[in-house]
Design a protein around this ligand. Sequence first.
Ligand SMILES: Nc1ncnc2c1ncn2[C@@H]1O[C@H](COP(=O)(O)OP(=O)(O)OP(=O)(O)O)[C@@H](O)[C@H]1O
Length: 333
Amino acid sequence: MAEITFDNVSKRFGATVAVNAASFTVRDNEFFCFFGPPLSGKTTLLRLILGLEVPDEGRILIDGKDVTRTGPAARNIAMVFQNLALFPHMTARDNVRFPLVERGVPAAQITARLEEVAAKLHIGHILHKHPGQLSGGERQRVAIARALVRDPAAYLMDDPISALDARLREEARVELKRMQREAGRTLIYVTHDQEEAMSVADRMAILEQGVIRQIGTPAELYDRPATSYVAQLLGAPVMNLIPPGLFATRPGAALVGVRPEDLRVTPDPAGRAEVTGVEPLGGYTVLTLRAGESQLRVLLRGQPAFAPGQRLHLDAAEERLHHFAADGHRLAG
Ligand SMILES: Nc1ncnc2c1ncn2[C@@H]1O[C@H](COP(=O)(O)OP(=O)(O)OP(=O)(O)O)[C@@H](O)[C@H]1O
């Protein structure tokens, strides 16, 4: 089991604050995602968890034990490297065995452990192959087997499937989620891809310049973003953020947010919105509208017949509106 807690942890590199007063707990067996734009501190958080970096302030606890100043060896946390790097000259079997061979574990024990992990991840039939002979999904299984063979308390992944093409990535993330559940381990995951983060994570932490802005389930973050920054990071097309005026607005709101799928449009020659763009995408259509000074995007199911220049009636249910103060924070209620 592994529960990982950061208590007010900061890490600086010169003038750069890579991680700023981070406090959170990753629960045992949780699939936990760090999500944020480049340079927001994701990799530094992983390196702090692994023990490759020492915090300037704060404490790191694994299962309640203070490991802030212990090295990687004492933490028993495994890393699955970016793009699932496997040794190309070794068979899958030797790749998986490698972490145990390196540690001088007796051969009989290695074989037993290899069999156990291979059965769990269904890779027994491909162990004789080299990485070049494996599909993307098979390589992923082998890379995860290599991380699990040590029986780590938790494992970390830094953008592990970013090199795969879009369709393979979709398959890979479904697989990943299944493997994590089957392996029954805490998994901490970094990705740049919001859809990937939302699809795999039990909970996620949203980062902005080293600061954790919000932690929650994907649904909580999507439905009740704590700031306009979080609101715009999740969802595609992104949430419309417009000045007050177009929709009923709460006192104190500087920006009103409405997700593209929450806008309702109907043809109306006297309507206040005008279609400026139509993107039919098969299962759904994205309209771009101009309403007053604002540009908005609307997500509609199917391929409704709208055309540029057409005027529309535009509204949204009040409970689907998000109100943000001038500093970006969500207004209560
Ligand atoms: N070893 C280092 N020396 C100096 N600065 C560093 C070092 N490691 C990270 N940084 C800085 O700390 C900040 C956070 O970097 P980090 O790599 O953690 O972000 P990231 O979110 O993982 O980025 P990416 O998505 O591009 O991988 C950046 O400004 C980066 O330049």
